[in-house]
Ligand binder design. Structure first.
Ligand code: SF4
Length: 179
């Protein structure tokens, strides 16, 4: 089974040595929407579930607001093990984990992929800026990909709370697209 293979993975020596556990993903196998983030944080590493810290709680709340409960959404990260000290994953770690993510997406075969933050958008679209791609659907190898802000950006605020507003808009669009 794919999840068992991922849990046994040691392709990134530092991450394999420092993680508490591999955070494979969550949600039903027939989810129409797959949310993709970057990498687990401390709470995710402890619990084995993606997006359960502050960002995850905000994601859950916003999903509820648009009428799509988290229980109906699959959530994965492009990198399945926590980088120590919450540093960014390295290029090679992201590359090492890419085949796992590709296989997860093939198995889930969702109607829509919603990427959170620049790193997840870049995973699908290549080097870009979030401002250039967010809020629109992109076709990537036959898959519909909708990039949006990371909930952490919405929590940080910013000018007039724009990230929160855009995140809400993009989640509402995602729900319409998978309805
Ligand atoms: S991050 Fe991915 S490739 Fe690296 S050790 Fe963890 S599961 Fe394996």
């Amino acid at each position: 089974m794919l999840a068992d293979e991922v849990r046994a993975c040691t392709r990134c020596p530092e991450l394999a040595a420092t993680r508490t556990q591999v955070v494979v993903g969550s949600g039903p196998p027939d989810a129409r929407l797959v949310v993709v983030g970057e990498a687990p944080g401390a709470v995710e590493d402890e619990t084995g579930t993606p997006f359960v810290g502050r960002s995850g709680q905000l994601l859950d709340k916003l999903l509820d607001e648009v009428g799509l409960p988290r229980a109906r959404v699959a959530v994965i990260n492009t990198v399945k093990c926590r980088p120590p000290g919450n540093r960014l994953p390295t290029r090679s770690e992201t590359a090492n984990c890419r085949p796992w993510t590709t296989r997860q997406l093939a198995e889930l075969s969702p109607e829509l992929v919603l990427t959170l933050g620049l790193s997840a958008a870049t995973w699908f679209l290549g080097r870009t800026t979030l401002g250039a791609v967010r809020g629109r659907v992109h076709e990537v190898e036959g898959r519909r990909v909708l990039p949006t802000y990371h909930p952490a950006a919405a929590l940080r605020g910013g000018p007039r709370g724009e990230a929160m507003t855009r995140l809400r808009e993009d989640l509402a669009l995602a729900v319409r697209l998978v309805a």
